[in-house]
Design a protein around this ligand. Structure first.
Ligand code: MEV
Length: 425
């Protein structure tokens, strides 16, 4: 390490005010005044709120929020706020929704709002015996869990099920207790983690083992959001397009290399709504990918079939642990606005809408890939980014972008030359 490199050991950094923290970072990294001003500009998230959301807060990262139009879900028209930095993602949902609108749009459902927390028990000589000891205490487990959250209980939620599995692991047998809890309109991490921590000493006492981890599972497979939709053959553009799309699905379902990209496209839509509503993108992503591998091989989160009518039927099913209460959802001003735009009354309604968005996203990605390829649509928006990077302002952005697309070369040097030409008159 260079002797002049400043030290990252900044004692009490977390105790500094936001302005002082920015100053300390500026000093460390040699930031200009304008960089510091950018950090201090927290946009639509008040600095004092952000300072309470995370540790060592120094700034915010603005992500564009777009609104997807044309969505009809369970007979109800919706505008969908989506937070994403990626071009084509919002347009993909609009297009898929437009092509299904007249046929009725999306139909959704949900398996429930149940979250799972796990308690790991080790050092048990008699794991099968221990398993039954725990299962016999279901009434006690329920009482301990429900006592943790009287508000949840009042809202109709609370403990629902007790499951105990014996796992064979590299470290010997483990007894894994699952508590299954209805967390209603909360994502539920805090509720179930509290219950698991409260329950763990009892489990150790009942079995003589040692409890280790006590934490929710993001494989929220008792909280599956489902959506299905029919795209009329005529709206898609005929049999060749439809069959290309179905073949794309068959490819994804047979090959993890393709499934990863196929599902990434789905998550483009899913995560954008999860983020716009202040929910935990990583929790939903972890759940989705684990669910995609539930049969022992990573596969597609969607299914696509040709109906007797010849129309295309798509469906999706994935864990969707999102909430309307708690965390950034209830605090972030933009998340609150996004929820108002969506007009949802429950976490379940939100989860179902998100599933529909994931399906719509997948439809458009497969259609583009099976026909023109994604670069054509992508490049039009990408060209605008490149025009901005070249320094285009106002209506110059569209003019430079159009010139780039027309030239078939979306590159920064070409954009700079085009901008110079425009400005020269
Ligand atoms: C790009 O972000 C997403 C796609 O790659 C998805 C897919 O391949 O299905 C277009």
């Amino acid at each position: 390490m260079n002797a002049s490199t400043p030290s990252s050991r900044i004692g009490g950094f977390h105790k500094l005010g936001v302005a002082q923290r920015i100053q300390a970072v500026a000093q460390f990294a040699g930031l200009k005044e304008s960089d510091q001003a950018l950090l201090a500009d927290t946009g639509n998230l008040p600095a004092d709120m952000a300072d309470h959301l995370i540790e060592n807060f120094v700034g915010t990262m603005n992500i564009p929020v777009g609104v997807a139009t044309n969505m009809k879900i369970d007979g109800c028209d919706r505008l969908i706020p989506m937070a994403t930095e990626e071009s084509s993602v919002v347009a993909a949902v609009c297009n898929a929704a437009r092509q299904s609108y007249e046929a009725g749009g999306f139909v959704t459902s949900m398996s429930g709002t149940l979250m799972i927390a796990q308690i790991q028990l080790t050092e048990v000589r008699d794991p099968q015996h221990a398993r039954l000891c725990i299962l016999e205490r279901k009434a006690d487990v329920q009482a301990i869990c429900d006592a943790c959250d009287p508000v949840l209980l009042k809202l109709g939620g609370g403990f629902r099920e007790l499951e105990v599995r014996v796992l064979d692991t590299r470290g010997g047998p483990m007894v894994i207790t699952h508590i299954v809890v209805d967390t209603r309109d909360a994502m539920g991490a805090n509720a179930v983690n509290t219950m698991a921590e409260k329950l763990a000493p009892q489990i150790a006492a009942w079995t003589g083992g040692r409890t280790n981890l006590r934490i929710l599972s993001n494989l929220a497979d008792r909280r599956l959001a489902r959506a299905r939709c029919t795209w009329p053959l005529a709206a898609i553009g005929g049999e060749a397009v439809r069959d290309g799309m179905v073949s794309a699905y068959h490819f994804a379902d047979a090959d993890p290399y393709r499934a990863a990209t196929h599902n990434k496209g789905i998550m483009n839509g899913v995560s954008a709504v999860v983020l716009a509503t202040g929910n935990d993108t990583r929790a939903v992503e972890a759940g989705a990918h684990a669910y995609a591998a539930r049969n022992g091989r990573y596969a597609s989160l969607t299914t696509w079939e040709v109906m007797a009518s010849g129309d295309l039927a798509g469906s999706i099913e994935l864990p969707m642990a999102v909430g309307l209460v708690g965390g950034a959802t209830k605090l972030h001003p933009m998340a609150k606005v996004a929820l108002k735009v969506l007009g949802v009354a429950s976490a379940e309604e939100l989860a179902r809408i998100i599933a529909a968005v994931g399906l719509a996203q997948n439809f458009s990605a497969m259609k583009a890939l099976a026909t023109t390829g994604i670069q054509k649509g992508h490049m039009a928006l990408h060209a605008q980014n490149v025009a901005l990077m070249a320094g285009a302002l106002g209506d110059e952005v569209d003019r430079v972008a159009q010139a780039l697309v027309a030239s078939g070369t979306v590159r920064i040097d070409v954009a700079e030359a085009e901008l110079a030409r425009l400005r020269a008159g």
